[in-house]
Design a protein around this ligand. Structure first.
Ligand code: SF4
Ligand code: SF4
Length: 113
């Protein structure tokens, strides 16, 4: 069950991810995003609620803690995973941009308080 803040606020994070991540994604199918209706099973789209929750919780200066937590809590249970070497999604290569996009939303919220 999603936390209430994720249900209510996920659209804001999704907009940031679309702008900063999907716009430069080399795996974006013609006409996407959204990519799932086009047959592209992307973790950034499918697991965005969990990715946002992890970024909020980890909040590190380094990328590694985000990556480790995502692998442990998202990729381990991902039904799309074949092998880590042949994942059918660009989450690995775009992780840094995704973290930056979500952290930027967080920074905006903090400065507005
Ligand atoms: S494949 Fe993923 S990261 Fe790329 S455009 Fe689609 S949803 Fe965005
Ligand atoms: S296991 Fe692979 S396909 Fe699934 S979210 Fe992680 S990187 Fe994407």
């Amino acid at each position: 069950m999603q936390a209430a803040y994720l249900r209510d606020e996920l659209q804001e994070y999704l907009r940031a991810v679309r702008e900063k991540v999907c716009s430069v994604c080399s795996e974006r199918p013609p006409g996407g995003p959204p990519c799932l209706p086009l047959g592209k099973h992307c973790g950034i789209e499918l697991h965005l609620d969990k990715i946002v929750e992890i970024v909020r919780r980890v909040h590190s200066e380094q990328l590694e803690p985000y990556g480790e937590t995502l692998h442990r809590e998202v990729c381990t249970f991902c039904p799309n995973r074949e092998t880590y070497a042949e994942c059918p999604c660009p989450m690995e290569s775009l992780l840094e941009l995704a973290v930056e996009a979500i952290e930027a939303v967080e920074a905006g919220k903090r400065s507005a308080q």
